[in-house]
Ligand binder design. Structure first.
Ligand code: ATP
Ligand code: MG
Length: 321
């Protein structure tokens, strides 16, 4: 549904996006994740036809955004970083106006506007002037204008930025409801957001794609070794030597203690299941095994890992100055 190939955008000497490629399948929600200045907004502006790329190709709903911009735009809904509302119009007036701009036939406009307001839960603000909306409602009206013409593709630039926790949950729920009938790209620098909302993630840093995968695979892929957390009541004794002696264990690190119990992080080579042997060792010594569970790298850690690794290489700007 969306195909991006070798997209590059330079602003003078600054390379904002470099050789970015990814695909989004129909009905999928793709998370575009990266720190400030990574190139998320730039990529989205190119995909929505607001700005040309320096080089590369982007196809949205079967239409090349450079060669057939009108056809591509007709099938795209865009929520920019700051929704462009008209302060003097009421929410309903504004949405009717956008509907006419988007070529929704006159007879259908009222019904479409009502539907969009219901879906984004702004109907109670229909007669309120846009200038008097709270930030969260502005964001939702922005979402309403993006879905008005029922586009195949939705491109949402930080759709939950500035919302309160309740609104964030509602907006994520709405986005999930919209997927399936719409193909969605959303950008964020908030990690739990992609884990909760997206099927796949593109991680971008300094204009480069550093990873494309499902949140689960990203977690698994970066876990070179298996780490278990083991909590033992060894009556105050240090269990490290005993745990380290278990066949397959490559490293043991103490991880906090309280009274008689102590926690340990036990590493083993990938694919080696040392849980039974560990449990046996602890029990045979007459200690209490209080906890034994796999430790997973959180998305936060993965994100830092990927973006810090990238930092150590040359930044795009320096490389192309
Ligand atoms: N109009 C412009 N002229 C020059 N440089 C720009 C322009 N717009 C963006 N940039 C630069 O391009 C890079 C990418 O910016 P972009 O806005 O795409 O990042 P982003 O990932 O959306 O960041 P954020 O999370 O802060 O929204 C940055 O280095 C930025 O300074
Ligand atoms: Mg941005």
């Amino acid at each position: 549904m969306i195909e991006v190939q070798h997209l590059t955008k330079r602003y003078g000497r600054v390379t904002a996006v470099q050789d970015v490629s990814f695909r989004v399948e129909r009905g999928e929600i793709l998370g575009f994740l990266g720190p400030n200045g990574a190139g998320k907004t730039t990529t989205m502006r190119i995909l929505t036809g607001y700005m040309p790329a320096t080089s590369g190709k982007a196809v949205v709903a079967g239409f090349d955004v450079f060669d057939q911009p009108i056809e591509a735009k007709r099938r795209t809904g865009y929520l920019p970083e700051t929704p462009p509302l008209y302060p003097d119009m009421t929410v309903r007036e504004y949405l009717l106006f956008v509907a006419s701009l988007k070529g929704v036939p006159g007879k259908e406009r009222r019904a479409r506007v009502d539907q969009a307001m219901t879906k984004t839960r702004v109907a109670d603000m229909a007669e309120r002037h846009c200038a008097k909306l709270s930030k969260g409602y502005r964001q939702r009206v922005g979402l309403a204008q993006a879905i008005l013409h029922n586009p195949d593709v939705l491109i949402l630039d930080e759709p939950t930025a500035g919302l309160d926790p309740k609104q964030i949950i509602e907006t994520r729920q709405l986005i999930k409801e919209l997927a399936g009938t719409h193909t969605i790209i959303l950008s964020t620098h908030i990690l739990p957001e992609v884990a909760q909302t997206c099927q796949r993630v593109v991680i971008i840093n300094h204009g480069h794609v550093v990873a494309v995968d499902t949140p689960d695979n990203l977690t698994a892929r970066l876990r070179g070794s298996e780490t278990l957390y083991v909590q033992v009541d060894a009556a105050g004794a240090d269990a490290t030597p005993a745990l380290a002696a278990v066949p397959g264990v490559t490293r043991v690190a103490a991880s906090g203690s309280a009274g008689q119990t102590a926690g340990y992080e036990v590493e083993s080579a990938r694919g080696e299941d040392v849980r039974r042997a560990l449990a046996r060792t602890v029990v045979e010594r007459g200690w209490g095994l209080l906890e034994l569970r796999p430790m997973r790298m959180s998305l936060e850690e993965i994100f830092l890992h990927l973006t810090t690794e990238e930092e150590q290489k040359e930044p795009a700007e320096a490389a192309h100055a």
